[in-house]
Structure formats: C-alpha cells, structure tokens
Ligand binder design. Structure first.
Ligand SMILES: Nc1ncnc2c1ncn2[C@@H]1O[C@H](COP(=O)(O)OP(=O)(O)OP(=O)(O)O)[C@@H](O)[C@H]1O
Length: 247
C-alpha cells in the first residue's frame, strides 16, 4: 500500500433530484502527496468530498481506503480510520495554548491507547511540537490559539488532526478569504505537511496560487474528472480556459 493510493473514489455518481452532481468521478489520494481538486462552481468538488467522508451516500460507485471497500461505512467510523475533513471556520479552542490545542488531538482519538498515556505527557508535547514546526507555528506554541491569524488557525487545526490520527486530510477551499501572499504561505505549509506522509486532497479555485505546491491535480466539470496529471500540465490544457470561458 505504501506507494499506491491510500484512498480511491471510483466512478462515483450522485444525483440531487434532476441534477447529476457527480457523474462517474474517480480520484485517488496517496500518502506524501498534495493532490488538488479543481473545477468551476457546481462541478461537484464539495459533493465528492462529502461522499468520501460518508455524509452523503453515493448513488453509484465505490470508496476504497487502504484497499478496503468503505462505501457503506458511516462517517464517524471513517474518521476513526483516519479520514478527516476541515471546515471553513477552524474548530479550535481559542483559550487553550497553541501547543495544548495539538496535544488534545491525542485525546480525540476514538480509542486513545493506554500505551499513549504511558509514553507520558512529555512525549505527547514533543510530538505536538514537531507537528507545529511542520506547519510553521512552533514559535507561537505558548500563545493562546485565539491570537492566531485565520490562516494559522487552519494550520493548527491540521496539526491537531494529524495528532489525532488523520492519514487523509480533505480540505475544502482552505485559502478562501486569505490574500494571495498568505494563501501561498498556506499552500507551502500544506506541501510540507503532505511530505511528512499525510495524504492531502485540497479543493482550490485559485489554481495559479496552488500550482507550484501541489503534486497532482484533478480538474472537474459537470460531475466528471475531465483532466488529471501534473498541475502545470492540467492547467495549461486549453480545455480549462474553454470551460471557464463557457461559464
Ligand atoms: N444538497 C444538495 N441539494 C441539491 N443540489 C445540490 C446539493 N449539493 C450540491 N448540489 C448541486 O450539485 C452540483 C454540484 O455541487 P457542488 O457543491 O458539489 O459543486 P462544487 O464544485 O463544490 O461547487 P463550488 O465550487 O461552487 O463549491 C451543483 O449543481 C449543486 O447545485
């Protein structure tokens, strides 16, 4: 499983009344990869994320995780298995310190092991600090999390998710509301996080900003993946401009 996909959504179909939100979409995410999910408004990106987390049951297709068919597995169980998503507003504890926000991630594991506790607080704090370093927040470790900027709060939430056992992180427009320079910084951190072994699937509209950091890209249109490959190659394909111009 090491070099193969950790997660595969295969030929996913989802209808809402007469609307075919997903029409046979297939995507894969791999550990260590920052994978981009792009496409115009209404192309099905959010629906696909929701099918992967299990909150929306698909009308067709399958979801595989570590080779296991999880299409019928409920959302909380998928989360326990390591599939996490983040929300527009980061869910962090503003009054706890930055470090404590990550440490409590350990407690959020569905089954924190006794071994984990026996390793002791110090080891948990060290692991949390490592994760903070990865997302560039280690210098803020003892500050209340409420003092962080919006982008930093998102990174903190990701560090905590990894601390609580996330192997796949699904991010729906994490850079929404950030100016271009902060968005670039966020994508750079996301790349570093992916390189540490996490599988990232990131929905993003501002392709020009994400293109240098992502490893692989899918481009969706009308519920289908119409292009995929290295980001530069995908986004210089004339079809992308045609689709956006046609909007
Ligand atoms: N709960 C729902 N009920 C009815 N239609 C829905 C629902 N969710 C999504 N749709 C429709 O399915 C299609 C795909 O929507 P989706 O939100 O997945 O696209 P998207 O690519 O994420 O768009 P955006 O970039 O605007 O967020 C759209 O036509 C949308 O109107």
């Amino acid at each position: 499983m090491k070099s193969g996909p950790l997660l595969r959504a295969e030929q996913v179909v989802k209808r809402f009344g007469g609307v075919k939100a997903l029409d046979g979409a297939t995507v894969e995410v791999k550990p260590g990869f920052f994978t981009l999910l792009a496409g115009p408004n209404g192309s099905g990106k959010t629906t696909l994320i929701n099918v992967i987390t299990g909150v929306i049951p698909p009308d067709g297709g399958r979801i595989y995780y570590g080779g296991r068919d999880i299409t019928k597995v409920p959302p909380h169980e998928r989360r326990r298995l390591g599939i996490f998503r983040t929300f527009q507003t980061p869910r962090i504890a503003h009054r706890l310190t930055v470090l404590d926000n990550v440490v409590v991630g350990h407690l959020q594991q569905e089954r924190p092991t006794l071994g984990g506790w026996q390793r002791g607080e110090r080891e948990l704090a060290e692991r949390a600090l490592q994760l903070l370093k990865l997302v560039g927040l280690d210098h803020m470790w003892d500050r209340p999390a409420g003092e962080l900027s919006g982008g930093q709060m998102k990174l903190l939430e990701l560090a905590r998710a990894v601390m609580s056992g996330a192997e796949v992180l699904l991010l729906d427009e994490p850079a929404a509301g950030l100016n271009p320079s902060l968005a670039l910084d966020l994508f750079k951190r996301l790349r570093d996080l992916a390189k540490s072994g996490v599988a990232l699937l990131v929905v993003e509209h501002r392709l020009d900003l994400a293109i240098d950091y992502a490893d692989y890209a899918y481009f969706m249109h009308e519920g289908k993946v119409v292009l995929e490959g290295p980001p530069q190659q995908v986004f210089t394909n004339p079809l992308v401009a045609q689709i956006y111009l046609g909007e």
